[in-house]
Design a protein around this ligand. Structure first.
Ligand SMILES: C[S@@+](CC[C@H](N)C(=O)[O-])C[C@H]1O[C@@H](n2cnc3c(N)ncnc32)[C@H](O)[C@@H]1O
Length: 225
């Protein structure tokens, strides 16, 4: 028996057992699996922070409340193409996919190799493309994957700790690739992103999300038509 067959037959047995289980037990099993996955992601995220604190910029993933604020700010219910910069271990990515239309595309660009590999292994969604690399090359990644101009870019990458020229290149790239009327939404502990993005995209709407550790600023720019 191949390894895959072995796993498939186990998965088949597990599915059959779940199908026969009473609804309450099934629900408990599901929430236990969800809790275990969330715990694993938190541990992986913390490890990523310890290895590269200036790139990861936070010790735990974003809260569900912040995820929903980002969904609304970027108008994801109507998005055709979203670029996510810095998906980390994928909590935000899953929330965005849940909100996006069935025909939409999400290009997730992640610098950290471990996070990118984890994303590829854990999220199976035909709408998702994961690229391991820097946000400096959004245009090239969109072209390589045959994707249209995004109507939203959402970014959690820490602009305050990256070299100024890299931050400026990323901001210029975002402004260049966004579709007319598209939105750039950045959630950040510190305000530096505005110094980089406003010269290209004008004034941002500024909000705070305090139900997050730590509380973050949420900036939303809308590109002119
Ligand atoms: C604050 S974490 C956000 C993780 C996740 N989206 C969340 O909200 O829980 C920032 C992420 O940006 C990634 N990152 C930092 N610089 C980057 C760059 N230049 N290009 C792409 N990703 C980058 C880090 O590896 C990290 O995963």
């Amino acid at each position: 028996m191949r390894r895959d067959d072995h796993h498939a037959s186990h998965a088949g047995v597990a599915r059959a057992e779940l199908a026969e289980a009473p609804p309450a037990a099934e629900e408990r099993d599901r929430s236990e699996i969800g809790a275990l996955q969330a715990l694993r992601e938190r541990i992986a995220f913390l490890r990523g922070f310890v290895a590269h604190p200036e790139q990861v910029g936070s010790v735990i993933p974003s809260s569900h409340v912040l995820e929903q604020r980002l969904v609304r700010s970027a108008r994801l219910l109507h998005a055709r193409c979203l670029v996510e910069l810095g998906p980390g271990t994928g909590g935000t990515t899953r929330a965005f996919l849940r909100a996006m239309p069935a025909t939409a595309h999400l290009l997730a660009i992640e610098l950290n190799e471990d996070f990118a590999a984890r994303l590829r292994a854990s999220i199976r969604d035909p709408r998702l493309t994961v690229v391991q690399g820097s946000a400096e090359f959004i245009d090239r990644f969109l072209t390589e994957h045959g994707l249209p101009a995004p109507d939203a870019v959402i970014s959690g990458i820490p602009f305050s700790t990256m070299p100024r020229e890299v931050a400026d290149r990323i901001a210029a790239e975002i402004a260049r690739v966004l579709a007319p009327g598209g939105r750039f939404v950045a959630y950040q502990v510190r305000p530096h992103v505005a110094d980089y993005a406003s010269p290209y995209l004008g004034q941002a709407r500024r909000e705070w999300e305090v139900i997050n550790i730590p509380p973050v600023r949420v900036f939303t720019w809308t590109r002119g038509r």
